[in-house]
Design a protein. Structure first.
Length: 125
């Protein structure tokens, strides 16, 4: 993990801080020592305070369970198209409990997947 963090620091610059939960990855003594040596501060979410990270944890869980674990991506374009399809379903057509189990945009129409794939292809090149 430290080798990947070092690569990212070289590739994208050393961040001012890294925010994480108190899990083993960023709480490990070796990682904290390395971060201190390169001048990165650690900001930990308060123990017992899931509200600090609840939204993204919920979203990440749904993305993993409903999309990533069900697909095998052979190309970057395929991943972009399938994840975009899931995102549109999640944000526009899927019933949400916070909306009384109504979809956020029930009047939406099915997108043109060939057009989306063509746009993504141009972004990749």
């Amino acid at each position: 993990m430290l080798a990947r963090l070092a690569d990212l620091c070289v590739e994208r610059a050393v961040p001012e801080h890294i925010r994480s939960d108190n899990g083993p990855k960023f709480a490990a003594k070796a990682v904290r020592r390395w971060l201190a040596r390169v001048g990165v501060q650690t900001l930990f979410i308060e123990p017992g305070g899931p509200w600090e990270n609840g939204y993204i944890e919920s979203f990440n869980g749904k993305l993993r369970d409903e999309c990533l674990n069900l697909e095998r991506f052979d190309t970057l374009l395929e991943a972009q198209v399938l994840i975009e399809r899931w995102r549109l379903e999640y944000n526009h057509r899927r019933p949400h409990s916070s909306l009384g189990y109504r979809p956020p945009a029930p009047e939406t129409i099915e997108p043109n997947w060939l057009e989306i794939a063509a746009r993504l292809t141009h972004q990749v090149l």
